[in-house]
Design a protein around this ligand. Structure first.
Ligand SMILES: Cc1cc2nc3c(=O)[nH]c(=O)nc-3n(C[C@H](O)[C@H](O)[C@H](O)COP(=O)(O)OP(=O)(O)OC[C@H]3O[C@@H](n4cnc5c(N)ncnc54)[C@H](O)[C@@H]3O)c2cc1C
Length: 354
């Protein structure tokens, strides 16, 4: 069915939180557009919110959703080969990892560092997905979207998307009506390995460096180190890696000479959020059914029937503990839907410490 009412979102978020939405629209085909716009208008006229959803791998539903969830399920991949490059036009509901695999299997190289990132293609521009030294922006030509307010179909070039570390124009208030329908990627035929962060395993074993070996190494590393959402619900890295100024980085390095740190082109220094959390002795920390993952401190997991409140409180606990110890603020990478804001941080901490 295209439209459902009072539907569970449990299967549609990787934390497996059993939140319900009052209205759910499965947007499978552009022929449904005028109906979708009518539903959006009706929902807004009742002052109910609208949420665009992909695979729900970067979202925490803290409560039932009183509005309309639009699940983007548009499919289709066109690959246009030219002398020097491949142009990929990919509908927003296609699975990102399947796209990467399809490309590697067919000798279209470049996306291998971004293998096994969960989610759909239409969500990739939102936070400019990245891993192992590559980012979505490195391959993006343009992004097509519908303005849900006006119904217009529009296009932004990669430069207009203002991509940055886990950020893009699509996170800004001005783009809250943008439903991404398609992305266009450009992959040069002349392939260059980006193996700085990816290849220790295959390099050690003396394998020739190809897109396939990088892809295999990354899939293996990710499978070894990240919890499978099917087993323990999670949303990958819960926090962004914080970026601090040089003075702050120098202070921290004096106290913690082994602290991982990555100088940025603009003079700032990126720190590893996972390291900070681990140093704060939070690996394995639990609140209710939620836990900081034992192997990868940056990942919060639904260990044992966690409620969204358990996960939210654990996230706040981690934030406050890291702030207390290092005076560094962690910003969530995960989008909270309906969770309480920062006003009760102290309350949460007192509760947890009591
Ligand atoms: C195990 C695991 C590992 C992960 N590893 C990484 C990683 O290495 N690097 C990384 O960057 N991320 C990583 N993530 C996070 C996640 O995979 C990405 O953020 C992904 O792009 C989210 O895709 P999604 O379809 O699940 O989006 P959702 O969670 O459904 O939505 C995310 C955001 O995008 C918006 N959105 C989704 N689709 C559209 C659309 N068509 N139009 C407009 N807005 C839309 C939503 O409103 C929401 O704000 C990981 C997650 C997990 C669970």
């Amino acid at each position: 069915m295209m439209i459902e009412t009072n539907s569970s979102l449990k299967a549609f978020n990787t934390f497996s939180i059993d939140a319900k939405t009052k209205t759910l629209f499965h947007f499978k085909n552009m022929t449904q557009l005028s109906e979708l716009l009518t539903v959006v208008k009706a929902v807004r006229s009742e002052n109910r919110p609208v949420l665009i959803l992909g695979a729900g791998s970067n979202i925490l539903f803290c409560e039932d959703f009183s509005g309309l969830v639009i699940r983007v399920e548009l499919t289709g991949v066109d690959i246009i080969a030219s002398e020097n490059s491949y142009l990929l036009q990919v509908a927003a509901g296609e699975n990102w990892h399947q796209l990467v695999t399809h490309c590697i299997d067919n000798g279209i190289d470049g996306l291998e560092n971004l293998a096994l990132i969960p989610g759909v293609v239409g969500a990739a521009p939102i936070q400019n997905i990245g891993a192992y030294g590559s980012e979505f922006k490195d391959f993006c030509e343009s992004v097509d979207y519908i303005d849900l307010q006006t119904g217009e179909c529009l296009n932004l070039s990669a430069a207009q998307c203002l991509f940055a570390y886990r950020d893009s124009i699509f996170k800004s208030k001005t783009m809250e009506n943008a439903l991404i329908t398609k992305v266009t990627l450009k992959l040069p035929r002349k392939w260059q390995a980006n193996s700085r962060y990816a290849l220790s395993k295959s390099a050690e074993s003396g394998l020739e460096i190809t897109a396939q070996t990088i892809y295999d190494a990354i899939c293996q590393t990710r499978n070894d180190k990240l919890p499978d959402p099917e087993q323990y619900g999670n949303a990958g890295s819960f926090f962004k890696n914080p970026v601090v100024n040089q003075k702050k980085a120098a202070q921290l390095l004096k106290a913690y000479p082994k602290m991982p740190h990555y100088p940025q082109a603009d003079g700032q220094v990126k720190l590893a959020a996972g390291w900070l959390i681990e140093q704060a002795n939070l690996k394995g920390k639990t609140i209710g059914g939620a836990a900081v993952h034992q192997q990868q401190a940056l990942v919060l997991i639904n260990q044992n029937n966690a409620s969204a409140a358990d996960i939210f409180q654990l996230a706040e606990f981690v934030r406050i503990t890291v702030k207390d110890k290092f005076k560094v603020s962690l910003e969530p990478e995960v989008r909270f839907i309906g969770c309480q804001g920062e006003t009760n941080l102290t309350e949460v901490l007192n509760d947890v410490r009591a």
